[in-house]
Design a protein around this ligand. Structure first.
Ligand code: AKG
Ligand code: FE2
Length: 388
């Protein structure tokens, strides 16, 4: 087990959201502590070079010449059902999506590749827990979202992306306003990154963003952006709310997670509130209905992915686990193969208490939820008191 730890107790949400260039750093020369303070907690991107995540077993998926060995992948995955996007057909702000077997995707891979197909958002770790095929880099191990979902046996935000040359992901920012990380196992990608809020310069008269962008347009509209080539074994940290667009310059196999933790939880909370207000406005003409609030929560879940109940449940679950960590004193695995140091555990608890206090003050939180929240805040405070 590997411990992740921070040297001093950071303040939560030290968002800087800006940089002059995207820093590239060798993994060997970047500690978790440095990554935490200088990039993750400031919400600034970085490329971490030479991050090897494959296991002995899946190294066979990559040839000696560093290209994808589709036949080796096929041996392990042939009958898996996989999500595939047709990059020649738009569907709202994404591409048309359908399912096929991995077998069928291999047929496309070996064919003339008419109509670009991008296999992505494939929950392989969840679908095949028996298959130990990559290790999460230590930088991305403080992951409340996937830690919670795995503990609860729910579907997660851990994905495999397998794309042929020229497949792409259009302009977007990530679900909930989460962070994401992406490691290229094989191949090259070209990323366009927009600094937060710069996307507003691209909106049309109906407030709609373009589906995808080219550099000419970005220059013309004076948008502050970066272009980045992701090489094999480069790991990209995508901060919260930085819009990006990604093109596969070659055939590419990459792994990607979406996640949040004490560094961006306030951003997620603010997005949840904003989406709630939007939903309420949308159905304002039904506000006399007896179960109006329930309706809002159902709609919030379907539009945003989580509602208040889910969000509170995540915070309470992680909070309880962190209190146990401090009480037990012995190292325990929290996520993937990682345990958490004491400063980090306290940082997590402070962040959880801060957000829960905010949420407990909302009028729409019912008494049962409020009691649960107060109980955990009390435990966190008692814990802080006992350890000072
Ligand atoms: O690799 C891609 O096509 C998209 C990756 C992405 O959007 C992400 O990692 O957040
Ligand atoms: Fe993304």
């Amino acid at each position: 087990m590997i411990e992740i730890e921070i040297e001093n107790l950071a303040e939560i949400n030290q968002v800087q959201n800006d940089c002059n260039e995207i820093v590239h750093k060798e993994a060997e020369k970047l500690s978790y502590n440095q990554f935490f303070h200088e990039f993750m907690n400031k919400n600034v991107p970085i490329v971490i070079k030479n991050v090897n995540i494959l296991t002995e077993f899946t190294k066979q998926w990559i040839d000696k010449s560093d290209t994808i060995n589709i036949d080796e992948m096929h041996k392990s995955l042939e009958n898996e059902i996989v999500p595939v996007y047709n990059c020649s057909k738009k569907y709202f702000n994404s591409h048309e999506k359908f399912s096929m077997t991995f077998n069928e995707y291999c047929d496309y891979w070996k064919s003339k590749r008419e109509n670009l197909k991008y296999l992505k958002d494939f929950h392989l770790k969840h679908q095949r827990p028996d298959l130990d095929f990559y290790n999460v880099p230590k930088y991305f191990a403080s992951d409340w979202l996937n830690e919670y979902l795995i503990d609860k046996g729910k579907d997660d935000y851990r994905f495999v992306y397998l794309g042929t040359k020229s497949t792409y992901t259009p302009l977007h920012s990530d679900v909930f306003g989460s962070f994401s990380w992406s490691v290229n196992v094989s191949g090259k990608k070209r990323w366009i990154f927009l600094k937060p809020n710069e996307e507003n310069k691209l909106k049309d008269s109906l407030n709609q963003l373009p589906f995808s962008v080219e550099e000419d347009e970005l220059k013309e509209k004076n948008v502050d952006y970066f272009v980045l080539i992701q090489e094999p074994n480069d790991s990209i940290f995508v901060p919260s709310q930085w819009f990006h667009q990604v093109e596969n310059l070659t055939d590419v196999l990459s792994i990607n997670h979406n996640w949040f933790n004490g560094c961006n939880i306030e951003i997620i909370y603010n997005n949840l509130l904003k989406n709630y207000e939007d939903v309420k406005q949308e159905i304002a003409d039904c506000s006399d209905m007896e179960n109006f609030e329930e309706h809002c929560q159902i709609m919030l879940k379907s539009l945003f992915g989580i509602n208040f109940e889910d969000f509170i449940d995540i915070l309470i679950h992680i909070g309880q686990k962190r209190i146990e960590l401090i009480r037990n004193k012995e190292k325990q695995q929290i996520f993937d193969k990682f345990s958490l140091g004491q400063n980090h555990t306290n940082f997590d608890l402070n962040a959880i208490a801060k957000i829960l206090e905010k949420i407990s003050k909302l009028k729409k939180i019912n008494d049962i939820e409020k009691t649960k929240i107060y109980e955990i805040i009390l435990k966190i405070k008692k814990n802080a008191h006992d350890h000072t």
